[in-house]
Design a protein around this ligand. Structure first.
Ligand code: ATP
Ligand code: MG
Length: 414
């Protein structure tokens, strides 16, 4: 038997319904903020992620699916969406009309150790806001994310931090190196690697989380310029104004190199799954990809993790059973039934029919499985008179309805 690759899963049945619901909800919230849908290729030139996401990030050093195509090009399955959207903004010169707002939904690929809430093929839903460095743009993006989570019924908290610009991080890097250097032997191999390359990432380490040097590490907020501090204060004011509960965590640094200024995460209250979404500002990204400098801010939610949380919290999505099952009594009524099914489908109802030419007993068994709201039974009499037998599948009550009045009846009752 051929098995699915490690870290992947198949999507069908109730899981498909749930994912579909979450994606549609995300799309609706994004549209309400006037973000437009964007789709970029699932594979890109490897260079995009090496330069865009950063050579020292876990995503690029350990987690990418790289291969050479038959033309000898270095290709990478996208591990995240932001670099690809930035590439598109530059390539198609979308920066000529700013601000512009995008959202995307799709598969990403990371070679990680599979575990709860962590897959090798994952699904992310994200937004990208281009062309504003105003704190209101940061607040807009965070509020979109929080509204979406509230709509889903998932209780979350927003964690924020402020990384400042290049100068600030340079000073802070030095302070961190000084802080960890003498005792770096106590830390994991990854952190030893990170010390000189990307010491901010030590703060993010899941292995050394409880080391006391983490608690005593210097705070980036002490290194912000006056302007940066003011900007951070303003963002917090807007969030308070929007009634968004947030916590400042000075150890939140995010895994990707391109972040500056605001960074944030959405977490469930018990934090069982890690973050369900994360993002921040990346004003330097387009320039690092040889484009013009365009300020941008965005985030990505993990769709898989969101659904895992919904399952754990028994959050059900709207009942999306079929509306109608059209049941022909014998083969003689099949064409009449099929016609009716087609008409009702054109009117927007979700309709199923017997595809197996089963016995009446088997048809009713099928009805139990599909659980339609109504069953329309078509026998010889119904075809002759045009008076249909409509059975409410919940109350089991039957009534006769003229075929000409069926639509009115369904529109009122469904
Ligand atoms: P983590 O710290 O959990 O590894 P990350 O910093 O790699 O997360 P991002 O790259 O910011 O996360 O991705 C945004 C969101 O995508 C995360 O908050 C999470 O919900 C989801 N995500 C990231 N990696 C995976 C994965 N391997 N499987 C499923 N979801 C993931
Ligand atoms: Mg990760």
């Amino acid at each position: 038997m051929i098995q699915r690759p490690k870290g992947t899963y198949d999507v069908y049945g109730s899981l498909a319904k749930k994912q579909d619901y979450v994606k549609r909800m995300f799309g609706a919230v994004c549209e309400s903020y006037n973000f437009g849908y964007i789709e970029t290729p699932i594979f890109e030139r490897s260079e995009l992620f090496h330069r865009g996401v950063g050579e020292t990030t876990d995503i690029v050093t350990k987690e990418t699916y790289d291969f050479q195509d038959k033309g000898g090009r270095d290709i990478t399955l996208r591990p995240e969406g932001t670099a690809s959207v930035a590439r598109c903004v530059i390539e198609d010169k979308l920066y000529t009309e700013l601000p512009r707002k995008f959202y995307y939904i799709g598969q990403m690929f990371r070679y990680e150790r599979p575990q709860k809430g962590r897959y090798r093929e994952l699904r992310q839903m994200g937004v990208e806001l281009y062309g504003s460095s105003e704190p209101i743009a940061d607040a807009e993006v965070i509020s979109l994310g929080k509204n979406f989570l509230d709509e889903l019924g998932i209780e979350t908290k927003v964690i924020i931090n402020y990384l400042g610009g290049v100068e600030t991080r340079k000073k802070y890097r030095e302070a961190l190196i000084k802080h960890f250097e003498a005792n770096i032997d106590e830390f994991c191999e990854d952190c030893k690697e990170r010390l000189y390359k990307n010491p901010l990432r030590i703060l993010d380490c899941k292995v050394d989380n409880n080391n006391s040097l983490m608690e005593s590490a210097p705070s980036i907020l002490d290194y912000l310029s006056e302007e940066e501090s003011e900007n951070f204060v303003k963002i917090q004011e807007y969030l308070r104004y929007l009634n968004i509960d947030f916590e400042v965590d000075t150890r939140l640094v995010r895994g990707l190199d391109y972040y500056n200024n605001i960074v944030f995460e959405f977490k469930t209250l018990d934090d069982e799954f890690g973050s369900v979404g994360a993002g921040g500002r990346y004003d330097g990204l387009t320039a690092s990809l040889d484009g013009p400098s365009v300020p941008s801010v965005g985030f990505a939610f993990g769709l898989d993790r969101l659904v895992d949380v919904m399952n754990r919290d028994n959050i059900e999505v709207e009942n999306s059973n079929i509306d109608l099952y059209i049941m022909n009594v014998t083969e003689n009524e099949l064409m009449y039934s099929y016609n009716l099914a087609q008409d009702l489908r054109m009117c927007g109802f979700k309709v199923d029919i017997d595809l197996l030419n089963k016995s009446m007993k088997a048809k009713f068994k099928e009805v139990d499985r599909l659980n339609p709201k109504y069953i329309i039974i078509i026998g010889e009499e119904e075809v002759k008179t045009g008076v249909l037998t409509v059975k409410d599948n919940l109350t089991k009550e039957e009534q006769k309805i003229e075929s000409t009045e069926l639509l009115d009846f369904l529109n009122v009752n469904l």
